[in-house]
Write a protein that binds this ligand. Structure first.
Ligand code: HPA
Ligand SMILES: [Zn+2]
Length: 337
């Protein structure tokens, strides 16, 4: 029998994806019907047609409105399963999924409903889909840090199965330094720390995330290229950056992939992975992002393998598991020779 052709895509980790941002219009309508929620669109096609954004805030408005259909444990479980099932065929072998606890608490959905629904699916993802998973609780930058601290304490008290914390939502006018106490508490509790910084905001936000929050990883971080000293530092320290090029174009942080700083970040020697952020909203899951960047930058197989390896190196997986995944990436790379 002829040997199987090499897989089209390298195995990789998705490190930057918001669970609430994986809500497909069809599932939104199904959950709305199940929960008696009326969406302000006649059908899934009209909702999808509304996914045209001016900036981060115009996206956040729709993203927040979409969450109104998520009410029960089963809803959160269905959402989680749908994302994992879709990315299993995108070559994703490990996913670090963020969720926004505050966005549900303000709607009166209790933490145990949210965490229970998600965790029940994540527990079985490796055996059922071959995808290892970790969960990240992300706090809203544009809310009070005391509220984030309170929610973190509640997550710790209920022994929620989270690997770490993140910081997301609006960036302009909300520098990360206000969350110092939240990040210190997370570190003390043994949690890993990532933070959105430098998506729409300046490189100073990335510096603060590193120096004040002691973040171990930066989400987006594309404004780093405005500060050559900072680039040198994150190269030397190999700080992982989870870049979402298609999201950045769709939210108009950059005009086009051709003008995106991703190639410059790679060229500088940064530890960069590519990620989807909110796939249906930007019409791109990780395989679509892979296709887009491979075409835009004419990436070679070796360069694609390097991006995939960086996704595992930048993950919060234990070192022995990272080593195993890196061997799989290397097998994919050499299968193309
Ligand atoms: O890209 C994003 N940036 C900030 N907050 C978010 N919440 C979901 N997606 C994003
Ligand atoms: Zn994000």
């Amino acid at each position: 029998m002829a040997p199987l052709p090499p897989a089209a895509r390298p195995p990789r980790a998705e490190l930057h994806v918001h669970l609430e941002g994986t809500l497909e219009p069809d599932l939104a309508f199904e959950l709305a019907a199940r929960n008696g929620v009326v969406l302000p669109y006649p059908d899934p096609e009209s909702l999808r047609a509304a996914y045209e954004f001016e900036d981060l805030q115009s996206f956040l408005d729709l993203y927040t409105a979409g969450m109104s259909v998520l009410r029960t444990e089963a809803d959160f479980a269905d959402l989680t399963r749908a994302y994992l099932t879709r990315v299993a065929r995108a070559g994703v072998r490990h996913a670090e999924i963020s969720f926004d606890p505050q966005a549900h608490l303000v709607r009166g959905v209790p933490l145990d409903v949210v965490v229970g629904g998600i965790a029940g699916v994540l527990e079985r993802s490796e055996t059922e889909l071959g995808i290892s998973t970790l969960l990240i609780a992300s706090f809203h930058r544009d809310r009070d840090s005391a509220d984030a601290l309170d929610v973190l304490e509640r997550l710790l008290a209920m022994a929620a199965p989270i690997v770490g914390i993140g910081l997301d939502s609006a960036e302009a006018g909300y520098p990360p330094g206000r969350f110092e106490a939240v990040y210190a508490r997370a570190a003390q509790a043994g949690l890993r720390r990532t933070a959105h910084a430098g998506e729409e905001g300046p490189a100073a936000n990335i510096r603060d995330a590193l120096d004040v929050l002691h973040a171990e990883r930066i989400d987006h971080g594309i404004s780093v290229v405005q500060d050559p000293d900072l680039v040198a530092r994150v190269v030397a320290q190999q700080v992982p950056f989870t870049v979402c090029p298609v999201s950045n174009v769709r939210l108009r942080a950059v005009p086009s992939l051709a003008e995106h700083p991703l190639p410059a970040m790679i060229e500088a020697g940064m530890l960069v992975s590519i990620n989807s952020d909110d796939p249906p909203y930007f019409n791109a899951y990780l395989d679509d992002v892979d296709d887009a960047v491979t075409a835009a930058y004419e990436l070679t197989r070796d360069q694609r393998a390097a991006l995939a390896a960086a996704s595992f190196r930048g993950s919060f997986l234990a070192p022995d598991r990272v080593a195993g995944r890196l061997a799989e990436v290397e097998a994919w790379r050499t299968a193309g020779e």
